[in-house]
Structures are given as C-alpha cells and as structure tokens.
Design a protein around this ligand. Structure first.
Ligand code: SF4
Length: 219
C-alpha cells in the first residue's frame, strides 16, 4: 500500500480505538491541557520517565507551584523533593526552575512556536519541542519517541534506525491534519497493545496493515 494511504488509514483506525483504552498518555494530556506552563513542565519531566510515573508527579508539582513564577522562585531543594519518584529528579529540578524563569522573563509566559527556539529550554529536545508545537500551538509536527519510532518500523511505514530519521520520513508521508495525531495514537497503542516485549497482535486493529505481523504469520 502507498505509505501515505497507509498512515492515513492507521490514524483513522486508531482514532476510533485508542481513546477507549485510556492509555497513560491520555492522562498526561489531560493534566497539561493547552496551558503553556504545564505543557513545558510535563514535557521536561517525561524525558526517560514512563507516563504512569510522571503524571502523579506533575499533579503534585502543579498543586505546589500553580504558576511559572512560583516555580522559578522556589528553593531548589523543595523542587527536588516534589520530584521524588521520577528518574533524574535532581537534574530535572534544575531544568524546571530555569525553564520556568525563561518562560516568564524571556517569553512573557507564552512558549515560542519555532522548534529552534524551543530546544533552547533546558531539558527540551526535539521530541518535547514537537509535542509543544502540536499541543500549545496546534501545529502539524510529529513528535517521535521510542513507541512512535518502534511501531512505525513494525508497521513498515518507515525503515529507519534512529528517531530523527523516523520523524523526517513520517513528515514526508503524512498529510497535514494527520501529523499532529500520530504521537498520541502510536504512544497510546504502544502503552496498551503493542507492548515492546509482548505485542498483543490478536487485539490490534492494525494487523492487516502491519508488516511485522504479516511476516510473522507468513502473509
Ligand atoms: S499487529 Fe502487533 S506488532 Fe503490529 S502494530 Fe499491532 S500489536 Fe504491534
């Protein structure tokens, strides 16, 4: 199948399937909403941390520091304490304070809408910057994490080794209007059905589109 038709079909099917599973990524997006401060904080905290662990920490943090001004002024040791339970919490506490300061002082509380600017925030790499572009600004970007990279390859949408290549290839084949949906849907599928170690292919709505599944059953 033509890759563009295939990615459109993948998105259409997963839009009907994934939200009902209520994957952890769903709760992450509920916690952050469209609020720029929250999207920035959740993005920085999500690096190398599973959403199941990150979501309660985000909630706790927003109760203590409801605004970026409060977070920027908080003592470092107090922020570290609030982040306990999450990987790299000391480093992330530093990132958060500095990112909150930048958001307030350099950007007047609104995140910039260019990737090159976003990656200047501490703890923000390409993936988080692309999440910000889609969630804070409604832009057509593809945020590629390990789930998106892995499943795009299993499906045969791309043949890539690194997430940056996957992002580039997905941008080429995915029509506008669909790009911003890819992250949520593939992450949600990866957190529930397409487990990296034991994919539950029998329950997956993409079986007939998936190169990995078709080759494993001799299709
Ligand atoms: S068919 Fe299996 S391997 Fe393919 S996307 Fe679905 S769960 Fe993953």
């Amino acid at each position: 199948m033509d890759p563009t038709r295939k990615v459109v079909e993948v998105v259409r099917r997963l839009e009907r399937f994934v939200p009902a599973l209520e994957p952890p990524v769903h709760r992450m997006f509920e916690v952050q909403g469209r609020d720029h401060y929250r999207i920035l904080v959740c993005g920085i905290l999500s690096a190398r941390s599973r959403d199941e662990k990150t979501v309660p920490v985000c909630r706790r943090l927003f109760e203590r520091y409801p605004t970026p001004e409060k977070l920027a002024r908080a003592p470092l040791s107090e922020v570290e304490e609030a982040l306990k339970g999450i990987g790299l919490h000391r480093q992330k506490a530093k990132y958060l304070k500095e990112a909150a300061r930048m958001l307030v002082e350099d950007y007047g509380g609104r995140l910039p809408d260019r990737l090159e600017e976003l990656v200047k925030f501490p703890g923000v790499g390409r993936k988080v910057a692309n999440v910000i572009l889609t969630h804070a600004h409604g832009k057509d970007a593809v945020a590629v994490d390990t789930h998106v990279h892995r499943i795009s390859n299993l499906l045969g949408l791309v043949q890539t080794r690194r997430p940056e290549e996957t992002e580039r290839e997905l941008l080429k084949i995915t029509p506008d209007g669909y790009k911003r949906k890819v992250n949520y849907l593939l992450v949600g599928l990866g957190q529930t059905i397409c487990d990296p170690k034991r994919p539950k292919c029998e329950r997956c709505p993409l079986k007939d589109l998936c190169d990995f599944y078709l080759s494993s059953v001799g299709g």
